[in-house]
Design a protein around this ligand. Structure first.
Ligand code: PHE
Length: 681
């Protein structure tokens, strides 16, 4: 395996990189996105797919992206191209979806800037915060202030008037982002020493305040007690998985790009684990703070005679954080100061995520075209700002939510993550990346990782994709048109965005690249001496996978996707998958190449197996729909956490603190020693 010897600009220190990557991962997604998605999609039940996705998919994929970026020393598009010329479009696809994020992410930063401004005003004028109030009045004020006074919110999908005061702040957010990155990653590596640790302090204060509000327990019940029937809905899984990708900045090329600036000798595996654990910890604590507060809000309302519970106290949706946090802040002594500090923190938390995306788009374009950063950055910022104007209208919050859902849902990164694993697993020797990561890491990945990238993750994401697709289109309310034949505009626009992304991506990858004299250093050149092996096994795997595929299509067309025939199709698909995986493991070496049939068989079989599992899940979900009603009816005592909640709380605390402790221990143990470390099985 050839290694690139050149050294590009680096982060300076290990801490610089870890913090920058934590900075990218930990952002508004943790305090704004995670709580409202959890609240909207299943409450405590959401935590289960979230935790599964975080550790079974998030961490292995983070290692994949780090090692890809570090190995190739290129931003995402060129990194993929260096593995295999034809894969460049996958990198661009992520970069383009990342670009969509930077059209709306700064709008949320703009909200934070505004709230910070209101806090300053109230300090200077020595007046209470504009949303402050006692008891139930406080609850109402917090809601009305954000939705009515600040946003002038329209519930429907019409845009409504343009909000100049938000636009002013949006401009401010872009200027801030611009100044953070125009000097390159060295500066970013320094800024994050401040922007990353500070927010944690305030978060802890808010959590304590939330937990000491009367009624907070009821909120925690909502947060931690899973309603099992929610797990039968694909939306719960889809948004949990999407949120993990979003939160770890995965599949947007950001982590590939950041790792490309990492020093040649730097650790990969341990860093990835530290980053994922810190990200999870932040979201989890953010959730505690918000739900304890919601409990407090519900209690205050109930004291005034209202019968609403935690589940209805604030509208579910992307406005949650801007109602619940301000409410909690207003309950603190010295509220305006705390509010100032909190929103300042939120900005520091979000700004490094925002500029990480900008940096990834920028580095992608600069690497490809050789144009100057100094020109691309301002142009890109202006385009980003211009496209973001729709979110600065009265209906902007709805649009923001929908676009975010599309990017994070089935059609956006879940599919892209699937594609990333499939192409690197089947069309590239992913073992190269494992070795690369292991050669410089505090601890080593076992061979299970290859299996997880090539087989496990694609099957899980594939299943989710098919299940969600089915769910979207079988929805009685319609997906792009209502039963009355009216277009559902935000969904149409969302679909258009995710549909256009691959087209632009392919176009970009076909463009000539003046900067690629160095091309394809890492691709194994299939020379004349290379022998193709495993033909017969691949042939069998291919035949079996095709038969399984045909069976599935036929069964689906006949509406009989169940029973013995389905299991037979599954068994055939699974054998095709395992045999082709075996062929790739066995015959992909320096002078040997596996038959192309094995690669095709692998992909077809992945689709087969995913379709079969999805079919079973659809049935199961159907049959549990009735049972779910029953379960929802038996309500949990409102102020007591159930045993499962304690288990979740215990497991999360153990995983986060135990995990971080272990990572730091390995880092210290490996410090200064060049001894190879033993393999993790
Ligand atoms: N991970 C960031 C957050 O949680 C957002 C982000 C998404 C950053 C995608 C980069 C890429 O807020």
């Amino acid at each position: 395996m050839e290694l690139l010897e050149e050294q590009r600009e680096t982060w300076g220190t290990r801490g610089g990189f870890v913090l920058a990557a934590v900075g990218s991962a930990v952002g508004l997604g943790n305090l704004w996105g995670f709580p409202y998605k959890l609240y909207s999609y299943g409450g405590g039940a959401f935590l289960i797919p979230y935790i599964i996705a975080m550790f079974c998919i998030g961490v292995p994929m983070l290692i994949l992206e780090f090692s890809l970026g570090h190995f190739t020393q290129r931003a995402a598009p060129n990194a993929f191209a260096r593995c295999n010329k034809k894969l460049e479009f996958v990198g661009w696809w992520g970069v383009i979806l990342g670009f969509v994020i930077i059209t709306y992410y700064p709008t949320i930063l703009a909200y934070c800037l505004s709230f910070m401004w209101y806090s300053i005003e109230s300090i200077v004028r020595d007046t209470p915060l504009p949303w402050a109030g006692e008891g139930v009045e406080g609850v109402e004020n917090a809601k009305n202030f954000f939705y009515d006074t600040y946003l002038g919110y329209h519930k429907d999908s019409a845009l409504g008037g343009f909000q100049w005061h938000i636009f002013g702040m949006l401009l401010g957010a872009w200027v801030l982002m611009y100044f953070c990155i125009f000097r390159g990653v060295k500066l970013v590596g320094k800024i994050v020493w401040i922007t990353v640790p500070l927010p944690f302090l305030v978060l802890v204060v808010l959590t304590v305040r939330g937990l000491t509000l009367p009624g907070s327990m009821e909120g925690l019940v909502y947060y931690l007690d899973p309603t099992w029937s929610e797990l039968a809905k694909p939306t719960t899984w889809r948004f949990a998985f999407g949120q993990v990708f979003f939160s770890l900045s995965l599949a947007f090329g950001v982590m590939v790009t950041y790792a490309s600036f990492l020093h040649r000798k730097s650790d990969i595996n341990n860093n990835a684990s530290i980053i994922a654990l810190s990200d999870f910890a932040t979201s989890f604590i953010g959730g505690l703070a918000i739900f304890a507060t919601l409990g407090g809000m519900a209690y205050a309302s109930q004291q005034a005679g209202s019968s609403i519970g935690v589940g209805d106290v604030v509208a579910k949706g992307p406005g949650l954080a801007f109602v619940a946090f301000p409410y909690a802040l207003a309950q603190l002594p010295g509220a305006a100061w705390w509010s100032l500090i909190f929103f300042f923190m939120l900005i520091t938390l979000g700004i490094d995520s925002a500029f990480s995306i900008t940096e990834s788009v920028l580095a992608g374009i600069v690497d490809k075209t050789g144009w100057k950063r100094g020109i691309v950055l301002p142009v890109m910022s202006l385009v980003g700002l211009g496209s973001g104007l729709v979110f600065v209208t009265q209906g902007g919050l709805n649009w923001l939510g929908t676009v975010d859902d599309f990017i994070n849902g089935t059609w956006g990164i879940a599919f892209l993550g699937l594609l990333e694993c499939v192409v690197l697993g089947w069309f590239y020797r992913v073992e190269n990346l494992r070795q690369h990561a292991n050669e410089r890491s505090d601890w080593r990945l076992g061979k299970w990782w290859n299996f997880s990238i090539r087989v496990f993750i694609p099957v899980v994401l594939g299943t989710l994709f098919i299940w969600s697709l089915f769910d979207d289109f079988s929805n009685a309310d319609g997906f792009i048109r209502t039963p009355e034949g009216e277009w559902i505009l935000p969904n149409c626009v969302g679909l258009m965005i995710v549909g256009i992304a691959p087209v632009i991506a392919i176009f970009m990858s076909l463009m000539k690249n003046p900067n690629r004299q160095d091309s394809i250093v890492c691709e194994k050149t299939v020379s004349d001496k290379c022998t193709t092996q495993g033909r017969s096994a691949s042939g069998v795997a291919f035949a079996v996978s095709v038969v399984s595929g045909v069976m599935i299509v036929w069964l689906a067309a006949a509406g009989m996707l169940e029973g013995l025939l389905l299991y037979a199709a599954f068994a055939l698909g699974m054998s095709g998958l395992l045999v082709s995986n075996y062929v790739l493991n066995r015959y992909d070496h320096e002078l040997v190449t596996p038959s192309k049939l094995a690669r095709c068989a692998g992909i077809i079989a992945t689709a087969d197996v995913s379709a079969c599992i999805a079919a079973v899940l659809i049935r199961l979900a159907d049959s549990s729909a009735g049972a779910g009603v029953e379960e929802a009816a038996k309500s949990i005592p409102a102020d007591k956490l159930g045993a499962v909640s304690y288990v979740i709380l215990g497991v999360v605390t153990l995983v986060v603190f135990g995990g971080l402790g272990w990572c730091f221990y390995r880092a210290i143990a490996a410090f200064g020693s060049d001894e190879p470390v033993e393999e993790m099985k």
